[in-house]
Write a protein that binds this ligand. Structure first.
Ligand code: F0G
Length: 431
């Protein structure tokens, strides 16, 4: 049998494990990552860029997917016919004069991951995670979630005969739209009287005691799929590297994946330079920002408070160590923003015709702050990751525009109640 292309490696002590071993942490306690033999990959595949360009726009399964187009970089040992895909990825990179004006950034691009099948970026990680779970013969998969991971896991697991999904949700802390997704897809949906961090502790305990495969982003195979966001954004820019990626941070899996994907793309010669990365948190839940302020000397955890950016209400990010390395490696910065700032930034994107979620609003508000401080220049090329679709959080949007929150909206646009009368309507329109 040929030597596998990938194995698991501890990010701290470098211990090595077989990729087929079910484990989420090193014996030393730290996180693992999937390491690919990039030299062998290059030798085996030849010109990867040419291969990825050829697959662009293909309808072939799975290569038409915006994750599996990069199959050789994602899970090279997984046969293409074993992939569980919903055609994820291929999301729009919005770049319009109105957006540039709204955010005072000439070369602004919004990578809209809300256009994925379950309306969030989580589909990219889940196509890899569930495919690998099936490859290993898992019958039960589980995750803790603030609503989007669970929606994605449920949808992908539903496509596997005999696979049962179990989702651990903090009771009353996910939106109705998010809750509707795992229920509809047949996942066993647990509403637990705790917060996300409590669910995260419980799911790890239950999975380690029983034969259940854990699909949170501490599962390194999820990260492999997720890392395609940055690679795809660079391909959409004709392999030019933006000066900045800006990304919201919750459990810190996505920023870790972004960094890993770009490093590998650089090592493989797909991109010629490295961007900078800005992670943004919301002030109600900003432990990563606080750790950053100590130069990552100290790992801060908090009890996350209520926020309209409910998907990132996380006080103890599991992937903290990986994310801190990414910030260091990419000359990164970490920002924190308020509820008002995130909602005003979301409203600006929405007003430009790109329906984004409050969590994406956090990243956009971070961009505004970093522009105001001059950290990001007006002419620099910036890609901001929109992590989910606004429709998953419609209640938040309506409440903001109807002034039903405690915030004062910058540009409220509430519905106007009017009589069922053509003249009355014309008067309202002003014609
Ligand atoms: N944006 C959205 C819409 C999310 O759902 C999440 C995380 C993030 C940003 C932050 O990404 O955790 O990788 O730093 N949602 C997880 C979930 C926690 O359970 O759906 P991260």
């Amino acid at each position: 049998m040929t030597e596998p292309m990938s194995h698991l490696r501890c990010i701290t002590c470098d211990a090595r494990y077989d990729a087929r071993e079910i484990r989420y942490r090193c014996d030393c306690g730290d996180l693992l990552e999937v390491r690919h033999d990039l030299t062998r990959l290059t030798r085996a595949c030849g010109d990867l860029k040419e291969r990825f360009e050829r697959r662009l726009g293909s309808r072939a399964v799975p290569y038409g997917s915006g994750v599996w187009r990069y199959h050789e970089m994602i899970l090279p040992d997984l046969p293409a016919e074993d992939v569980i895909t919903c055609g994820e990825g291929n999301t729009t990179l919005y770049h319009t004069p109105l957006l540039s004006r709204q955010f005072d950034t000439e070369n602004l691009h919004l990578k809209h991951e809300g256009e994925n099948p379950t309306l969030s970026f989580k589909d990219r990680g889940m196509t890899a995670g569930v495919s690998w779970a099936r490859h290993l013969g898992a019958t039960h998969v589980a995750c803790a979630s603030t609503g989007d991971t669970s929606a994605a896991m449920a949808a992908y697991a539903a496509q596997v005969d005999g696979m049962q999904a179990v989702v651990f949700l903090p009771r009353n802390k996910v939106t109705a739209e998010q809750l509707s997704q795992p229920i509809a897809a047949g996942a066993m949906t647990l509403a637990i009287d705790t917060d996300f961090d409590g669910c995260m502790r419980l799911v790890q305990e239950v999975c380690s005691r029983h034969n259940i495969y854990l699909l949170n982003s501490m599962n390194s195979f999820r990260v492999e799929g997720q890392k395609a966001i940055g690679i795809e954004a660079c391909q959409q820019l004709q392999w030019r590297v933006p000066d900045w990626f800006v990304i919201p941070v919750g459990n810190a899996g996505n920023i870790s994946a972004l960094g890993k994907g770009l490093s590998e793309a650089h090592a493989l010669g797909l991109i010629g330079s490295m961007p900078r990365i800005a992670g943004v948190q919301v002030s109600a839940a900003d432990p990563f920002y606080r750790s950053y302020q100590t130069g990552f000397e100290e790992r801060v955890t908090v009890t996350a408070g209520p926020t309209l950016a409910s998907a990132i209400r996380i006080g103890d990010p599991v992937s903290h160590d990986k994310a801190a390395r990414v910030v260091d490696r990419y000359a990164g910065v970490v920002e924190t923003v308020t509820e008002e700032e995130l909602m005003d930034a979301k409203a600006r994107a929405d007003r430009s015709g790109v329906a984004v979620c409050p969590n994406s609003g956090v990243a956009l508000a971070g961009l505004r702050k970093l522009r105001a401080s001059g950290t990001i220049g007006a002419k620099e090329t910036v890609v901001v990751i929109m992590t989910a679709h606004g429709m998953k959080f419609s209640g938040v949007g309506v409440a903001y525009h109807t002034a039903a929150t405690e915030l004062t909206p910058e540009h409220p646009n509430p519905p106007i109640e009017v009589d069922a009368d053509a003249d009355a309507i014309a008067r309202v329109i002003g014609v």
